[in-house]
Design a protein around this ligand. Structure first.
Ligand code: SF4
Length: 310
């Protein structure tokens, strides 16, 4: 378990504790109101800004894909977006003095197949025009072969002999509410945390074999045996409410041994990133966006109260 806790404010009823963390996946427990939990989930899906290709200038396209199809495929390539904060939305830029680098990143794709064998065109062929480098660069998410681990890129199209494609792609900042290509999330779900109560009177009557049967009946390894060979709940956050343990207790004629219920105001979130941002960064960004919205609402409310008093 990760020793990471996020308290919203001193004395706040809301708390976040990270349970699992990798670049792609973040699992955390959230303690607080259901409506706030749902707001965090919705903001993660729809309002965390990332970059995506939005306009494509087709200069030449003799590939098997039509222009519209090609543009649509380019738009769905996830772009690493750590630097999205440094970009403006295109509607924020001054129309008279649009500085491309402030609002967008431009990629060029220019390939021609001169061989008999087909040429696979992938996201690796997209060249940034503004010479971005380093980990923070806005670039296509890297994809690796599950067979040999080599970088293969995200497939775009395939060129036959003498076919060519030459396009300029304009990547803009946006968020999932505008179009699904701007959502940084594959999955964002939450569920109640379970509360398991073991009846100690019945537990005293169990043989060692029966205790081990209950421990092993759980597919998520929620139970363990302590040093005194007593059955204990060891990892409650892993419980998925499958009720296998209860069925096992019934089969050994101890139907009241385990009582299971939802823990009030405690939820387990699972967030999987589509690659533009690390999963934990999506959570942090969502909290920042939500905080900003709440601040705006409270400012509006205090203004409305002042107005009523006049
Ligand atoms: S309900 Fe399922 S996951 Fe939860 S403790 Fe029982 S067996 Fe394990």
């Amino acid at each position: 378990m990760y020793n990471y806790k996020y308290n919203f404010e001193q004395n706040s009823q809301h708390r976040i504790e990270i349970l699992e963390m990798s670049d792609e996946k973040c699992k955390f427990s959230f303690e607080g109101d259901l409506s706030i939990a749902n707001a965090i989930r919705r903001v993660m899906i729809a309002e965390v800004p990332v970059m995506a290709i939005h306009f494509v200038d087709i200069i030449e396209n003799t590939s098997p894909l039509s222009d519209e199809f090609l543009a649509q495929r380019l738009g769905l390539i996830p772009l690493v977006s750590y630097a999205a904060d440094s970009k403006m939305y295109d509607w924020e830029a001054d129309a008279d003095s649009i500085d491309d680098q402030k609002t967008k990143v431009v990629f060029t794709l220019r390939q021609k197949n001169l061989n008999d064998a087909p040429l696979e065109i992938t996201s690796q062929h997209l060249e940034p025009e503004f010479g971005q480098v380093g980990e923070m660069a806005i670039r296509p998410v890297r994809m690796f072969s599950p067979i040999n681990g080599k970088e293969v890129g995200i497939p775009i199209t395939r060129l036959g002999k003498n076919q060519s494609v030459h396009v300029r792609c304009h990547a803009l900042k946006g968020f999932g509410k505008m179009h699904a290509k701007w959502t940084p999330i594959n999955i964002a779900t939450f569920r109640h945390e379970a509360e398991l109560l073991i009846d100690h009177v019945q537990a005293q009557q169990l043989s060692l074999f029966e205790k081990q049967s209950i421990r092993d009946s759980c597919p998520m390894n929620v139970f363990a045996m302590d040093a005194n060979q007593e059955l204990i709940v060891n990892a409650i956050e892993k419980c998925v409410f499958c009720e296998e343990c209860i069925r096992c207790a019934e089969s050994i004629k101890k139907p009241r041994l385990i009582k299971m219920q939802h823990k009030k105001n405690k939820y387990i979130f699972t967030v999987e990133s589509a690659g533009q941002l690390k999963a934990v960064d999506i959570v942090k960004q969502a909290l920042i966006v939500l905080r900003k919205k709440v601040d705006e609402i409270s400012q509006d409310l205090s203004f409305a109260q002042q107005y009523q008093q006049i």
